[in-house]
Design a protein around this ligand. Structure first.
Ligand SMILES: Cc1ncc(COP(=O)(O)O)c(C=O)c1O
Length: 457
């Protein structure tokens, strides 16, 4: 690369740009300092550093898209009250309040002054034991506290597991559509991403052929999200067993993202993947965020479901601990509250929330049928969002899902997530974890919008 060197210096508050051979002054806030900088032939400065282009390239994120859409709303001429159906934050529904058992446990922990210290690297022993017991109640065997590691929400669990597996030739299988944090995180470490498809026409089951065909001898793991964000489906026992058997055949393990564990309100009950860990080792990701309606508490966990000790033998547990040693932890007082939160939460609280979700899912599904140009292939039965296809053959003047969402934000102040963010271009992800009136209003504005852009027959 061609560049000139320039000499620079400043005296007092005055700055004098001199060119001396190939060096020039580039400015000093503190004066009396001589600065050297490389200058390109066109006069621009050359620095040795720059932003990480890989990171910038992977920056299609829910947060980034949300900020872009909010800007559209704020710039719109006749702004309507906002209807946010883009992020899945249950606290956007005023009926979704966490239980007093949770807030009381946290305030007891804070007021005790016993938890102002740093926590142990792998988490407080009592919290680990409580999580192990909580998860074991759905498993055919008992997890031990050593199987559990506390994390800052499900997000940090992802952030820890993926680098713990990375090596220069490794690849990981992710569902499409999926949760974008996996793609973003993999692109920041040495982990090639390969996608297998989920099939809308089969209730978003895994396309097992696509799963097998993506794998090779360098595949280390696959991810399954159950109940599913973004699809809103719940995998059956039989299907999960089939996936476990294929993973076993491929010699990989399963990362089972169960951040929405037990958030089910249809005919399929929640079955943890750990049930099949005698077939294949499973790492479970969990969190308080959704079931307890406290995403801001940033408290989650990793659990190794591995009765044959394969994660120990292969060094995966050691890698997780090594990663935990160089990262930070969920606040100690929140960890301290976990035994009471898990142990004392009443069934009434949990079932009331599921009833609300069942109702909003029904409202969504019925009203969506009346919207021209949109098709929902599968009624949601778990989690808090759903995928909807845009029928572009029936729409004019909108080029893709991103354009759809940008125009909708600007014209109707309704926020939806473009499908491309979760891996499915020209689809939309819609959150229904909002109050009924907001949902009805949002869907009626989406309908008006679609009618405006519908092609005339
Ligand atoms: C599938 C999935 N995994 C992980 C997370 C992250 O969990 P948390 O909010 O506890 O960090 C989310 C959050 O929405 C999610 O939907």
């Amino acid at each position: 690369m061609k560049y000139k060197y320039h000499l620079s210096f400043s005296i007092g508050i005055l700055s004098f740009p001199y060119t001396f051979f190939k060096f020039t002054y580039i400015g000093s806030p503190n004066s009396n300092t001589i600065y050297w900088a490389k200058r390109m032939e066109d006069g621009s400065e050359k620095w040795n550093f720059q932003g990480n282009k890989k990171l910038n390239a992977s920056s299609i994120s829910v947060r980034g898209v949300y900020n872009m859409l909010m800007e559209r709303v704020n710039n719109s001429r006749d702004k309507k009250p906002l209807v946010p159906l883009c992020r899945v934050d249950p606290t956007e529904n005023p009926l979704f309040r966490t239980t007093p058992e949770a807030t009381d446990s946290v305030s007891t922990a804070v007021n005790s002054y016993n938890f102002n210290c740093y926590p142990p690297t792998v988490g407080l022993p009592d919290a680990k034991r409580a999580i192990a017991n909580y998860l074991s109640s759905d498993l055919p065997y008992q997890l031990s506290p050593e199987n559990v590691f506390l994390t800052i929400g499900g997000t940090q669990a992802i952030d820890i597991i993926l680098p713990a597996l990375a090596r220069s030739d490794a690849n990981i299988l992710l569902p499409r559509p999926g949760y974008p944090q996996y793609d973003s995180r993999a692109s920041c470490c040495l982990l090639e991403v390969r996608h297998f498809d989920l099939l809308p026409e089969r209730g978003w089951e895994v396309d097992l052929d696509s799963l097998e065909s993506q794998a090779d001898e360098n595949t280390v793991a696959m991810v399954l999200i159950n109940p599913s964000n973004p699809c809103g489906n719940v995998f059956t026992y039989q299907h999960l067993k089939r996936v476990a058997e294929i993973a076993r055949k491929l010699g990989i393990f399963v990362i089972s993202d169960e951040v929405y564990a037990h958030v089910t309100y249809g005919s399929n009950p929640f079955v943890p993947m750990g049930v099949f860990s005698s077939i294949v080792p499973v790492i479970t990701i969990g969190s308080l965020s959704k079931r307890w309606l406290v995403p801001g508490w940033r408290t989650g966990w990793i659990a190794t479901c591995d009765p044959h000790g394969i994660f120990q033998k292969t060094g995966v547990v050691k890698s997780i601990i090594s990663y935990l040693e160089i990262t930070t932890d969920p606040p100690t007082f929140l960890q301290a509250a976990i035994p009471e939160i898990l142990g004392k939460t009443k069934d009434d609280f949990l079932s009331k929330n599921l009833n609300i979700l069942r109702e909003t899912a029904n409202i969504f599904y019925d009203l969506c049928k009346e919207i021209p140009c949109l098709t929902c292939p599968h009624k949601p039965e778990g989690a808090m969002c759903v995928m909807v296809e845009i029928n572009f053959s029936q729409i004019k003047d909108i080029v893709d899902d991103m354009d759809f969402c940008a125009k909708l934000a600007e014209e109707e102040s309704v926020l939806l997530l473009p499908g491309v963010t979760v891996g499915l271009k020209n689809w939309l992800r819609i959150s229904f974890a909002v109050d009924t009136s907001n949902l009805v209003e949002g869907l009626s504005r989406i309908k008006a919008f679609c009618l405006r852009y519908a092609k005339m027959p």
